[in-house]
Design a protein around this ligand. Structure first.
Ligand code: NAP
Length: 285
């Protein structure tokens, strides 16, 4: 095989040591017998322009971007997919004809997990979305694209939630959007009528974190999702299970956003069941 038949891919982040993406793409590449290498690069924010120029110069086939590069990369690529443009953030770059094309697969990754893993469609539903950062933004746009009836955005920084609300309202006339401050009391009136609840903040990653919502207000008709995947069974999901709710953890979103990126780079389907098995083994180690 010629050297230039090898696919060279990676992830840029800072810090990036915790990422499961190299394992995920290694498993998929081995399954398809692809000559592919996927590396994690620790790139400081001030070095992102040079890193992206280097990808072009070296002919690296593509990269994922993670915290804190997803928004900063927008002006540094040559073209954006429609979704990345709407979301205002990139998590995947594909080098095509010497151009860097930015995509965002986070939101679609969440929706695919919602449909495939939880068997739920967001169309026509009422959703309480906690968080207004990069991941919440991607999920909110994709929910609106999917025809979600109502999205209530609760965020610690209310201004950020209001900003996201205005952005969705500008492009999606059929979705009603509300922005509220995040707090136990403020959430109470909104929880009962909501069919899907999503935590898109890092709350729950640390054992010191307090529950992000009043757990006793949840009811068995609701689906409660957490995009945190370390730990898989977050305090929010534990509280939801105790109330009889259906739950969805963050591993599916991680796998499906990766599968969409893998497809963009290779044209091939990621073996998602095999990848899930290997990631669960790794998370259990
Ligand atoms: P981000 O852009 O930094 O946004 C963080 C969000 O969380 C903001 O809304 C922030 O609120 C809120 N937040 C942070 N600390 C909080 C706290 N102690 N209490 C309440 N709210 C808090 O980060 P992101 O990229 O959206 O990522 C958020 C989480 O999702 C991370 O844990 C990340 O690992 C996870 N994630 C998972 C996947 C997956 O595939 N499963 C994909 C992407 C991200 P303020 O605006 O008030 O600061």
């Amino acid at each position: 095989m010629k050297v230039n038949d090898k696919k060279v891919l990676g992830i840029l982040g800072y810090p990036v040591g915790h990422t499961l993406s190299p394992l995920m793409h290694k498993v998929a590449a081995e399954y398809h017998s692809l000559d592919l290498i996927y590396l994690a690069f620790s790139v400081k924010p001030e070095n992102l322009p040079a890193a992206l120029a280097g990808i072009k110069a070296l002919g690296i086939n593509g990269v994922n971007l993670t915290i804190p590069h997803k928004e900063a990369a927008i002006p540094l690529v040559d073209e954006l997919s429609e979704e990345a443009q709407l979301i205002g953030a990139i998590n995947t770059i594909v080098l095509t004809n010497a151009k860097l094309i930015g995509h965002n697969t986070d939101g679609q990754g969440f929706i695919t997990s919602l449909e495939n893993d939880a068997g739920e469609s967001p169309t026509g539903k009422s959703v309480l979305l906690i968080g207004a950062g990069g991941a919440a933004r991607a999920i909110a746009i994709q929910l609106a694209i999917a025809g979600t009836k109502k999205i209530i955005i609760a965020n610690r920084n209310l201004y950020r939630a209001q900003n996201l609300k205005s952005h969705i309202e500008e492009y999606f006339k059929k979705t009603s959007v509300y922005a509220i401050p995040l707090g136990r009391e403020t959430l109470i009136p909104y929880i009962e009528d909501t069919e899907i609840i999503i935590n898109a903040t890092p709350t729950g990653m640390s054992s010191d974190d307090t529950l992000i919502l009043p757990g006793e207000r949840l009811n068995p008709r609701q689906l409660v999702c957490d995009i945190v995947y370390r730990p898989l069974n977050t305090p929010l999901l534990q509280a939801a299970k105790a109330q009889g709710c259906k739950t969805l953890d963050g591993l599916g979103m991680l796998i499906y956003q990766g599968a969409l990126a893998f497809k963009l780079w290779t044209g091939l389907d990621m073996p998602v069941d095999l990848v899930r098995k290997r990631l669960l083994q790794k998370l259990g180690d």
